[in-house]
Design a protein around this ligand. Sequence first.
Ligand SMILES: NC(=O)c1ccc[n+]([C@@H]2O[C@H](COP(=O)([O-])OP(=O)(O)OC[C@H]3O[C@@H](n4cnc5c(N)ncnc54)[C@H](OP(=O)(O)O)[C@@H]3O)[C@@H](O)[C@H]2O)c1
Length: 326
Amino acid sequence: MRALVTGASGFIGSHLVDQLIADGHLVTALIRESSRLHWLKNKPVKLVTGDVRQLESLQMAVEHQDVIFHVAGAILSPDTRGFEQTNHFGSENMMEAIITYNPDVQKVVYVSSLAAGGPTLPERPIKESDDPNPISAYGRTKLAGEEVVLSYVDRLNVVVIRPPVVYGPRDRGVLNFFRLVAKGVKLNLGFRERYLSIIHVTDLVSALVLAGLNRDSSGSYYVDDGTSGWTWLDLQHHIAHAMETTARTFRVPLTPLFIYAALSTASQRFFHSRGWINLDKFREMVQRAWLCDSSRIQNQLGYKPSVSIEKGMKNTAEWYRKIGWL
Ligand SMILES: NC(=O)c1ccc[n+]([C@@H]2O[C@H](COP(=O)([O-])OP(=O)(O)OC[C@H]3O[C@@H](n4cnc5c(N)ncnc54)[C@H](OP(=O)(O)O)[C@@H]3O)[C@@H](O)[C@H]2O)c1
């Protein structure tokens, strides 16, 4: 199979490229002039330069592909426009390029996010049949991207995957928690427990490949590690265990964090920079729960999560240490 991966220089995309190569597929990677190619170096992958914000740059990448994995996305942006340009209009450009230059493509897989579905109650994980209710600019633009992709359903074979927090080697998001735990610190927000679904990148990649190769995959699917989710403290406990260390819990009151997030937002807008927190991320962080139910993909496509939290955190901690990020 010939497969295109957009976002191939990033955390999830690069793991997907590795898996597709290992499975014997011919892989093309969409990269930007500015992309760091660290994870793609010395691999049998065809590099094509393009930017999803520029429709005319996408022809070479999309033509002659059997399956297209649209992974590229903006996760951090100082303003809504940055998210919109990549997640919404970038997906529009991708779909327009595909219908124009490769209308016979077998499958288009779009990597969306649980953020498109929105937060949940601790006792009720979200399902595909629930109405989406995104609460951040990131989530709203990921949902807009999904709507664009799914609007081609009469003309192209499309499918959407909505992962929760993804962790594993090469990830810089959850890395912040590993670094705090290494300093002996576990954080809890406010005075209530907060719950999260998670997935190891190996499991996410297997779900993406499954959705890409199965002719019957359709609509959208939540994916997770097959558990009912974790509290923030559970996760940090597992990180500490994986690092064979101990850490004390500190409660972060919400008001100072809100003020910090507001100041960071102003500074990021002024300097056109990206930071780990802003008001959009704050809004996501303070929700009681971000839980999803992956029964649909398990029942319909036979997805089986294989990486337990113990194994996943250990493999991530070991990789961070090996590369010097910890
Ligand atoms: N990580 C998570 O926990 C998580 C959870 C749910 C969903 N997702 C989704 O998964 C996807 C990948 O996330 P990630 O964690 O791998 O993020 P990442 O490491 O930041 O990778 C993002 C990738 O998208 C590419 N990209 C961004 N803007 C682009 C543009 N205008 N044109 C072409 N390529 C562009 C980046 O290229 P450069 O290298 O050139 O910047 C990079 O390869 C995103 O769509 C995200 O919304 C992630």
